[in-house]
Design a protein around this ligand. Sequence first.
Ligand code: AMP
Ligand code: MG
Length: 479
Amino acid sequence: MKKEKLNQITVTNPYLTLPPLCYDKVNPTPLKNPFLIHANNNVADEIGLESSELTSDEFVIFVNGDFKLQGSEPFAMCYAGHQFGYFVERLGDGRAINIGTIGKLHLQLKGAGLTLYSRSGDGRAVLRSSIREYLMSEAIHGLNIPTSRALALIGSTQKVIREDWERGAIVLRVAPSWIRFGTFEYFAHNDKPKELKALLDFAIEESYPHLKGEEYHHFFSEVVGRTARLMAHWQSVGFNHGVMNTDNMSIAGITIDYGPFAFLDDYDIRYICNHTDRRGRYSFGNQPSIGEWNLQALMVALMGVIPKEQMEKSLARYKRLYSEHYLYLMGEKFGLDGVNDEDFELIKSGLLTLQMLQVDYTLFFRTLSRYDGDRKAILDLGLYHQPMSEWLDIYDERLKKNSMTTQTRITKMLSINPKFVLKNYMIQEAIDKAKLGDFELVDVLFKIAQNPYDEHEAYERYAMATPAQFKNQKLSCSS
Ligand code: AMP
Ligand code: MG
């Protein structure tokens, strides 16, 4: 793609071709005294922006919503959603403003002020949650999992009230689609078949162009498939999203809306990262079934335009699709050359062993990646040795049947099992420093996030088990 300066770029606004009920045109409200914290060269590349522009004063003004790209007609999107199982009939971008589309990516400013859908909110995002979203979306991308990403993060001196006074920030985030399950729910609930159908055609064009002209039920079937795959990805890397409300579920099957997320520390299927989720609806282990629950809500919303029986058939395939993909990914993590029924037992008992011995999930797989018969490093990860030793007996037997040489397996596993995931205590360190005006750790974590399989020797401590005092913490939803 040809590289251009900011003032040479022209954007389009395809979403505005939808009926007016779908959006509200609104200009961003800039923050006071904005300054650049970080910019993403790779995303700049993807949208054809010259990298030298990222350090210019104009760029900060642009991310602050104070400079419109040619063609830009800013707007917020309207949606509804099931929050913690209860339907909320009107949500929408309360603090996100879309500023245009370049190629396949839609640019959006998060924290850029009030919109028609702000309800009682202030339209702002605080520095802490903006750093979290900025870093984690890149980390999820670095792990080859579909996600929104971010072009830039700016801070400001503007005060924003949460539990305490904090500073306002803006993330310029990008995604191939910002349409949510809840976007469909909004038009179904309000009995707007024209809008619903227009949205459906739009979503197909945007995220499933190969289905144009096909019957609509194929669309639902593919959303089921992509959601199942996404859940399998999250489970395989130990990612807990934390707020899987239907308004945070992407119709394109990508990870969006980063809130109180966490990577697992010690493997624990019951882990709940979201402090307000008392009953664990969105616990780590519940994610795959919540994915299915959300698809069910989507199915209800689409019933006016797609025959229910056909959607039910697609939904009935969800569990199998999820399991197949999860087992495939886990087989790779364990260094197996294919997964059969016996391997399923091996994987299950491996995970149970981790849970019982309170072993760090990421560290386990990285250590196993170097396994050549010498058990010490693996046994030392757990509280005591025996259960892991027994599991390794079964694993050794399985490895004998593997078609790969040990060296090939080790090389492959090291390219699949990350050395680093961004755990919350690491991001918190970066936030604490950022609050004092030091953004170096944001940059360090960003680089680690982009290359999680590399060694990064200087940051060995981040590859170790999470320090005991920071393990399995919960995060508040406030952001
Ligand atoms: P979330 O849980 O962050 O996905 O947000 C749920 C809904 O609340 C979405 O419609 C958001 O746009 C809205 N929202 C969250 N925080 C704010 C805020 N500070 N100002 C306005 N709307 C907000
Ligand atoms: Mg959201």
